[in-house]
Design a protein around this ligand. Structure first.
Ligand SMILES: Cc1cc2nc3c(=O)[nH]c(=O)nc-3n(C[C@H](O)[C@H](O)[C@H](O)COP(=O)(O)O)c2cc1C
Length: 167
């Protein structure tokens, strides 16, 4: 089968996901982060998660060189943060609430869940690198998630069974 990457991308996009900002601290001490929807839970014991980073990402050296990263799972009212961390804004962290977690890795305020991870492994996979993280600390709260579907943001339908979502 001849695969047209644009059509494949559209098909991949039929899998609805949440949205997260993955953050780390670069070797120069600057906070780094980008929006992802490739986050996934992998294992409970040991506790492992994964996400993938495109090879041409400007953030690649920071994540390859960092011993830790954090996954900040966005709530429905954080679409502006998703846009900001997917943009070319010079300082994505400006005017965003955050505080340093373990190892100085930025933790964003107002998220539905946050996972502080030690980088377990990175695996080259085509035009992306897959990062596996060992969860060392985490927290979560009730609330509605920011969703991504078919190249656009989405929301849970009112009345669906989301923990804490407005019905
Ligand atoms: C909803 C959404 C999901 C995204 N998911 C990913 C992803 O999983 N991996 C990735 O490398 N880029 C993803 N991106 C694109 C990056 O956020 C975007 O290209 C960003 O500008 C990369 O920044 P950088 O080059 O500074 O790393 C996503 C963007 C959006 C809006």
């Amino acid at each position: 089968m001849d695969i047209d990457p644009r059509v494949l991308r559209a098909a991949f996009g039929r899998f609805a996901t949440g949205v997260a900002v993955v953050t780390t601290l670069a070797a120069d001490g600057l906070p780094v982060g980008l929006t992802v929807n490739s986050f996934g839970s992998v294992s409970l014991d040991p506790p492992l998660v994964l996400w993938s980073l495109m090879r041409r990402s400007a953030s690649l050296p920071a994540f390859l060189g960092a011993p830790r990263f954090a996954v900040n799972v966005l709530a429905a009212d954080q679409q502006d943060i998703s846009d900001r961390f997917a943009s070319r804004a010079e300082d994505r962290f400006r005017s965003v609430g955050w505080a340093p977690g373990a190892g100085g890795v930025p933790l964003l305020a107002g998220c539905l869940a946050r996972f502080e991870c030690a980088t377990h492994r990175s695996v080259e996979a085509g035009d992306h690198l897959v990062f596996l993280g060992h969860v060392e600390r985490f927290e979560h709260r009730d609330g509605a998630p920011l969703l991504f579907f078919s190249s656009g943001y989405a929301a849970l339908k009112p009345g669906t069974d989301a923990v804490g979502a407005a019905a």
